[in-house]
Design a protein around this ligand. Structure first.
Ligand SMILES: Nc1ncnc2c1ncn2[C@@H]1O[C@H](COP(=O)(O)OP(=O)(O)OP(=O)(O)O)[C@@H](O)[C@H]1O
Ligand SMILES: [Mg+2]
Length: 232
């Protein structure tokens, strides 16, 4: 049986006014259940690629399809709805709202989606517990360590049960111990079936978590390698 890929990029180019294209004719498919690590030098186009999949940026040429939806042609409002419903996003610097409690940060995506309050509270409690941060539920993010903040960000990203988890340098701002924690968390999520695409300079994260590594150089895919379970 062949199933449609979850993500399909066809001949995607993203050009800015000056300089060479940030992405240059990239075609790529990702299937449900894959964990893909995107590696490559600074400025090579990794974040651009992720942002196009998230609908946060639009290609100059080519098409981006996620779960059968043409993400590159969505209006701004539809793009926001798409992210809310289908995509979890995790960033290097957490992007938490500092004047909301941990709990309120985590439930926010569900509130924006208009989900029922009882179910939202249950889901948030379950996530905070699973991620080992339930005792911080009433705290503000500013009081938490980097690793704890990133776990809150991951909890928030999972709130609406996204088909796709996108992470841009999720361990980039963390010390060694917190980085290891977040690596274990992402690896566990993938083991539970979560499709993940992450951008990272962290070779250990790629080695532990990814089933496939894609190296981007100068806006093009230089290598695309399946990682066998035996070597992970
Ligand atoms: N808004 C923008 N305007 C102009 N150029 C941009 C813009 N965003 C990105 N670029 C350029 O596109 C190229 C790719 O950037 P991108 O952020 O995707 O790189 P990256 O691989 O994520 O790098 P890093 O590892 O440093 O995060 C870079 O040359 C960058 O300067
Ligand atoms: Mg980047």
């Amino acid at each position: 049986m062949t199933t449609e890929p979850l993500i399909a990029l066809q001949h995607v180019t993203r050009r800015y006014d000056s300089g060479p294209p940030a992405l240059d004719d990239v075609s790529l498919t990702v299937r449900t259940g894959e964990a893909v690590a995107i590696l490559g030098p600074s400025g090579s186009g990794k974040s651009t690629l992720l942002n196009l999949v998230a609908g946060l940026d639009k290609p100059t040429e080519g098409t981006v399809t996620v779960g059968g939806t043409r993400v590159d042609t969505l209006s701004e409002a539809a793009s926001a709805r798409y992210r809310r419903a289908r995509v979890g996003l995790v960033f290097q610097f957490f992007n938490l709202l500092d004047d909301l409690t941990v709990f309120d940060n985590v439930v926010l995506p569900a509130q924006l989606a208009g989900n029922a309050r009882g179910e939202t509270t249950r889901r948030a409690t379950e996530l905070l517990t699973a991620l080992g941060i339930d005792r911080h539920a009433r705290a503000y993010p500013g009081r938490l360590s980097g690793g704890e903040r990133q776990r809150v960000a991951v909890a928030r990203s999972l709130m609406n049960r996204p088909a796709l988890l996108l992470a841009d340098e999720p361990t980039g701002a963390l010390d060694t111990a917190s980085g290891a924690e977040v690596r274990r968390l992402l690896t566990g999520l993938h083991a539970d079936g979560q499709t993940i695409v992450l951008v990272t300079h962290d070779r250990t994260l790629a080695a532990e978590c990814a089933t496939r590594t894609i190296e981007v150089v100068d806006g093009r895919i230089a290598t695309d390698t399946a990682v066998s379970a035996a070597t992970r």
